[in-house]
Structures are given as C-alpha cells and as structure tokens.
Unconditional design. Structure first.
Length: 57
C-alpha cells in the first residue's frame, strides 16, 4: 500500500515536471515566432504606411 503511494506520487511528480518543461519550451518558441513575424511585417514600407497613412502598391 505504502509503495503504491510512493510510486503514484513519483509518476505524478514526473508528469508535472514534464508538463512544466513543455510549457516553458512552447512559450519560448511562441516568443521566437512572434519576434520573427514582427521583424518580417515591420518593413520600412509598412512603417511609412502606418506613420503617414498612405498605401503602397
């Protein structure tokens, strides 16, 4: 009975650790992708469009 509790707690702790590391990795990837898209879409023409309210061809 006691060994089953220890085993169950160990499995739960391992799952929590894996979940936490996965969420950290996903958040890091999300931030990298967001920076990537920000750099792509913030070109000089889009900045001019935004700042001066003009459209580009």
């Amino acid at each position: 009975m006691y060994q089953e509790e220890i085993f169950s707690n160990a499995i739960t702790d391992a799952k929590k650790g894996a979940y936490d590391s996965l969420t950290k990795e996903i958040k890091g990837m999300e931030a990298a992708i967001e920076r990537f898209f920000t750099k792509i879409f913030d070109t000089s023409s889009s900045l001019a469009e935004r700042d001066y309210n003009v459209t580009s061809l």
